[in-house]
Design a protein around this ligand. Structure first.
Ligand code: BGC
Length: 842
């Protein structure tokens, strides 16, 4: 098997990040033999020395404070039992710690007067949206440049250019946070773009989440955080002669409106090429007619380095079909519901020709675009041509769509859908013998792509796209298998904590917007506890566990509900949202989550060594459980309300004693057998896991393969390419999204149930695996998962020789393998083959 090999080195859950703040977590994945010890070194600065820990896959830096804006090379060395060593190297760069640049923007008084954004019946070009300002500065560099770093952020969105080229591949940067609490900046390596002589640093800025349309509140559709976008940037140059130079935003910059007449996340974007300013971002351009910018202050205290990867354009789809639907109208079907935008090559036209691109997830019966479910999100991009050929791609908007209707052209040039999402590396793969389940897996993955856009959103198409917390919480286990979302959720947990009220209340949505209720609902707000705990279990990084924040939430609920049944301060109590069956009583849902949050806070306190807190929350969790049993559980194991979600929550959260749990499990099975799935957002992720854990994997499989509504495969049979908001896709168009991932949370069970990749209770970072494939009547399945420790893979097949199973266990881990015939094997790391010749059912 060779020696113990470290690979895929990461710093704070990212590969070679720029802008690392504080003490980073240095991590590696394992291949080959089990390690027995490790050593981590940074340059010649610091070393852990040899640490005898066979389980280690990371080390939290504990050396002297690192210098800002410095590249550090780090190395990890592993020893195996035979005494051989192997090393791997990577690097990271530390953050900026002393900004001096100013926030700049066009003079707001000089901007044509506009009314605040409204939803009135005004033309699209109105809505109160303003042209996107261009800002530029030319500067001289006396010698060659050996390193150039651009530190940049915006209140709004920015697109950076240097000497005529895009300076970064980040889209919709700096991303969305509650900008009243923190404003992330990015660091871009722009060394190859800057040289001796005249250089130009140029930006376009747009409203984005800062001042554009965000969410659905009709009273405040825009201006959630500010009125006009602003920019801040510092370009740090290291010159060949050894000197340094900084170019920064200040009063010397000049600005003008350009061809982007507006760019809004929900409304769409308009380019008027007749207003273009060619060469504006390159040397030699005469900007004497441009106006000086206004300096809007130099407050840096909210600036923080981004801790996640930005949104990027990560793939392109060619159309499946293009249909001419009118003399100058085409309907393009990309064959996949996605989030992103259309890039269109436009052949030469008469100047002033107007090309309109509208987007929709579906078609109406008459073949037209279905846009009713977009609500007030116009999702309409407009190009006004200047005569010659043009390439049109919006920059400051994105849409959720499968179809695009392009109006205004007799013939189209190349058309592509550009897929945008936060760049989370894909780590999982699942496939089985049923092609419809494989389509479901694909739908789940596309739902994840389309809804991980800077924050985890509910949907990418309508005027919502908010960081709804229950949606994120129920989908998280699936998300963690499909992709490495550690950095993405590190960032979002900042948003969640920023949104916590002084009283301890977590919200419904994070980042917080104005006009959205203060505390969240049961199962929504609780994501502030459930999400960090799950991330800790998957990634092993205890920094996810902010015990003060988690405990403040539990204490908040406790303060208002001293009798331990959660009835008061339930926010807008969404209960088991969109459950197709009878409603689960609100207090059952709420009290189950109260218990879950207290229980996980206790466990988090243990991990962080806060034993007194741990004991207090353990006692509280036990008392809530007692109150739950007394109030809602009956001697035959039934739970008040007698609903699937009631049983799912009670069983999954360990609320019932062993005398009652079997009765509850039996009743759950009866209800599932009789009605199919009746769970809404808060129960759906638990359906298959609880059924299989309570001895009814047959029913879990029956649900998975069911094709009548409500069911997952009903959606697949009806052409879904992403998971729908409602089980059956029926309902008022104003709330009927076709890309909502909550019901896709069954994805976790495809890996953990069907394929059988799971962690033992109490295991963290996949140290102790449970491999328990549940074949149902499928003939084969395989799944792989690039865990934080290394690769886990399972492949099984029913053959004439019986049930054959191959398992790969990463170094430093071990696994208990359960075969469907009841055999159990305990195995170390490595590749293992099993066969059960005695038939494959117990
Ligand atoms: C969103 C959800 C969210 C819910 C709260 C909806 O409008 O789209 O996904 O969780 O509101 O009930």
């Amino acid at each position: 098997m060779g020696s113990a090999l470290p690979h895929d080195l990461r710093c704070d859950h990212r590969t070679t990040p720029l802008g690392v703040a504080g003490a980073p977590l240095l991590a590696w994945r394992l291949e080959g033999a089990d390690p027995v010890a490790y050593q981590v070194e940074i340059d010649d600065l610091w070393s852990t020395g040899r640490v005898d820990d066979p389980a280690a896959i990371s080390h939290l830096y504990d050396g002297p404070r690192l210098r800002p804006r410095t590249r550090h090379t780090w190395r990890v060395t592993l020893w195996d039992a035979a005494g051989s060593t192997s090393s791997a190297e990577s690097w990271f760069e530390t953050a900026h710690d002393a900004w001096t640049a100013s926030w700049i923007a066009p003079d707001p008084d000089a901007v044509e007067h506009v009314d605040p954004p409204t939803e009135g019946d005004r033309a699209l070009s109105a809505h109160g949206l303003l042209p996107c300002p261009q800002l530029r500065r030319s500067f001289q560099v006396p010698s060659a440049v050996t390193a150039a770093r651009l530190y940049v952020s915006a209140k709004g969105l920015y697109d950076a250019r240097i000497n005529g080229e895009r300076a970064a591949d980040a889209e919709l940067a700096p991303g969305w946070t509650d900008y009243r609490r923190r404003i992330p900046y990015q660091v871009h390596d722009v060394t190859r773009l800057v040289g001796e002589g005249e250089n130009v640093l140029a930006f376009t800025i747009a409203d984005g989440w800062w001042s554009g349309f965000t969410g659905f509140d009709p009273r405040r559709p825009g201006y959630h955080y500010g009125r006009f976008p602003e920019l801040i940037a510092e370009l740090h140059l290291t010159l060949a002669n050894g000197s340094a130079r900084v170019v920064m935003t200040d009063g010397t910059w000049r600005t003008a409106q350009g061809h982007i007449r507006h760019g809004d996340l929900l409304k769409g974007e308009c380019h008027d090429l007749r207003a273009a300013t060619p060469g504006w971002d390159s040397p030699g351009f005469d900007d004497s007619s441009w106006t000086p910018v206004t300096v809007r202050g130099a407050d840096h205290h909210l600036l923080v380095p981004s801790c996640d990867e930005p949104v990027r354009a990560l793939r392109e789809l060619a159309p499946l079909s293009i249909t001419r639907t009118g003399p100058r109208t085409h309907l393009v079907d990309f064959g996949q519901n996605l989030a992103g935008r259309v890039r269109l090559a436009v052949p030469a036209q008469d100047p002033g020709t107007r090309v309109t691109v509208r987007h929709g997830e579906r078609l109406e019966d008459d073949g037209g675009l279905h846009t009713a479910n977009l609500r007030t999100a116009d999702a309409t991009d407009v190009l006004i041509t200047a005569g010659g050929e043009a390439l049109f791609e919006p920059r400051f908007t994105y849409h959720g769509f499968r179809y695009a209707e392009i109006d205004g052209l007799e013939s189209l040039g190349e058309v592509r859908a550009v897929v945008l999402h936060s760049d989370t590396r894909w780590t999982g793969a699942f496939e089985c013998s049923d092609p419809e389940i494989n389509q479901l897996q694909s739908n789940i993955e596309w739902g994840q792509r389309g809804n991980f856009v800077s924050v985890p959103t509910d949907c990418p198409q309508r005027d919502e796209r908010l960081g709804w917390m229950a949606d994120a919480q129920v989908f998280l286990p699936t998300a963690c298998l499909n992709a490495d979302v550690a950095a993405f959720f590190t960032k979002w947990l900042h948003d969640v904590r920023d949104a916590q009220t002084p009283e301890g209340g977590f919200p419904n949505v994070a980042p917080r917007l104005t006009g959205v209720a203060e505390e969240g609902a049961p199962g929504w707000a609780d994501a502030g506890v459930l999400v960090p705990w799950h991330l800790y279990e998957v990634y092993g990084d205890a920094r996810f566990l902010d015990v003060d924040s988690m405990g403040a939430w539990v204490d908040f609920v406790l303060r208002h509900n001293p009798d331990l049944i959660w009835r008061q301060r339930t926010g807008p109590h969404y209960a088991d949202w969109l459950a197709p069956g009878p409603a689960t009583p609100r207090e059952v849902v709420a009290t189950a989550f109260f218990h879950r949050s207290a229980d996980l806070t206790a466990r988090a306190a243990r991990v962080r060594g806060r034993h007194a807190d741990a004991e207090r929350f353990e006692r509280l969790a036990a008392d809530i459980r007692t109150a739950f049993i007394k109030t809602f559980a009956h001697p035959d194991g039934t739970v008040s309300g007698d609903t699937q979600t009631g049983y799912l929550l009670a069983l999954a959260f360990g609320l019932l004693p062993s005398s009652l749990a079997p009765g509850a499990a039996r009743r759950l099975a009866e209800l599932v057998h009789e009605h199919g799935p009746q769970a809404g957002f808060l129960g759906v992720n638990l359906l298959c896991p609880v059924l299989s854990a309570t001895g009814r994997p047959d029913l879990a499989h029956a649900l998975l393969r069911r094709t009548d509504p409500p069911s997952w495969l009903y959606q697949v049979r009806h052409g879904a390419t992403t998971v729908w908001e409602r089980w059956d896709g029926e309902g008022a168009p104003s709330m009927n999204s076709f890309n909502h991932y909550a019901f896709g949370s069954v994805g976790e069970w495809l890996y953990s149930g069907v394929a059988g990749i799971g962690q033992a209770r109490g295991s963290v970072a996949y140290r102790d695996l449970v491999i328990r494939p549940l074949p149902g009547d499928l003939t084969w399945a395989r799944a792989s998962y690039e865990s934080v420790r290394g690769r886990i893979a399972v492949s099984w097949e029913r053959t004439s020789q019986g049930f054959l199973l191959d398992v790969s266990v990463p170094p430093g881990a071990s696994a208990t393998v359960h075969l469907p015939d009841g055999q159990t094997h305990r195995v170390p790391s490595g590749d293992h083959h099993f066969a059960s010749v005695r038939g494959d059912t117990p």
